[in-house]
Design a binder for this molecule. Structure first.
Ligand code: NDP
Length: 289
């Protein structure tokens, strides 16, 4: 069997087009576009690229995107002062603080300073709690993108056995909550899980969010399963070239899975598309409730 690939790039384009239409309607009604403010502290090269892409993507769908770039030496008080300004600005609908923060800043305190209704990353304890309660919340973008990919693929979740490898607050835990809300029977695995391959073999739906290049092997997969590969790992090939791979050994897993999201081009593109969707949702909820 060769898996059908889940085209996250194409689906992300569809989501962006939906958001663009929503942004046009919002702008007509409220005489201003939805606003997304992205905050970057420090010089992390990857973060600089991610934040620039987020700002650019927001502008492409007609939002007012702004990037605030702060020096590595920014103090906690200075960062909290900026967040207070953004929190009180009626034209700011979404606030995103790019992680990781420099080590002298307390990420928890910083994320808590983003008002829940503007928390487009879905990391504030109020949004985490609402998701756990199964009530409407701003949901972290990567798991939201995974759910959209699953919906598009036609994978049946009700009654399915789902295994999520990884228990981070950014991916693993919210992913498990969302699968549970769709009536899957969910197991969360992590670095202390015993006999992970055997557990994975039970999964109709397997989500790998580990951060370990090609860890999930072909013989871990139940034939015909749906496999979402969230991992993004940069490796050097035998020819000395740099390339991106997922947490799943693509060549092996594609021979067993029914549906598989590739890296790149699977979950990755969905994340920014869902950030835009969350920003529009946040804007609508604040102004149209
Ligand atoms: P974290 O490092 O926060 O979490 C990794 C999880 O994997 C932990 O729960 C850890 O377990 C578990 N783990 C590590 N080693 C093993 C192992 N040998 N066996 C079983 N479980 C293990 O990572 P994130 O959740 O932030 O990200 C995961 C991956 O997804 C990364 O590659 C990241 O780059 C990628 N990512 C991709 C995004 C996208 O847009 N596509 C967005 C966000 C992340 P424990 O808790 O016990 O330590």
């Amino acid at each position: 069997m060769t898996a059908t690939l889940l085209d996250g790039k194409a689906l992300a384009e569809t989501v962006r087009a939906e958001v663009r239409t929503g942004v046009e309607a919002f702008t007509q009604t409220h005489k201003r576009p939805p606003g997304l403010d992205v905050v970057l502290v420090g010089d992390n090269a990857a973060s600089r690229i991610y934040t620039r892409n987020k700002e650019k993507a927001s502008k492409e769908v007609g939002m007012r995107g702004r990037l605030h770039t702060l020096a590595e030496t920014t103090s906690q008080d200075e960062l909290l002062a900026l967040l207070a300004l953004l929190a009180n600005d009626p034209e700011v609908d979404g606030i995103l603080v790019q992680l990781p923060l420099p080590p002298h800043l307390a990420a928890d305190r910083v994320l808590d300073a983003v008002p829940p209704e503007k928390d487009v990353d879905g990391f504030h304890p109020v949004n985490v709690g609402l998701l756990a309660l199964g009530r409407p919340a701003l949901v972290p973008c990567t798991p939201l993108g995974c759910m959209r990919l699953l919906a598009q693929s036609g994978t049946r979740l009700r009654g399915a056995r789902a295994v999520v490898i990884g228990r981070s607050t950014i991916v693993g835990k919210p992913m498990a909550q969302l699968l549970l809300a769709e009536h899957a029977t969910v197991t969360i695995a992590h670095s202390r899980t015993q006999d992970l391959p055997a557990l994975c073999r039970e999964a109709d739906v397997l989500v790998a969010a580990i951060g370990k290049a090609e860890m999930v092997r072909g013989d871990w997969i139940k034939p015909g399963a749906t496999v979402l590969d969230v991992g993004i790992n940069r490796v050097t090939t035998s020819e000395g070239k740099s390339k991106l791979v997922g947490d799943v050994c693509f060549d092996e897993v594609k021979e067993r899975a029914g549906l598989l999201s590739p890296v790149p081009g699977g979950v990755g593109p969905m994340t920014i598309a869902c950030l835009l969707q969350n920003t529009l949702t946040a804007a609508r909820r604040r102004l149209e409730r």
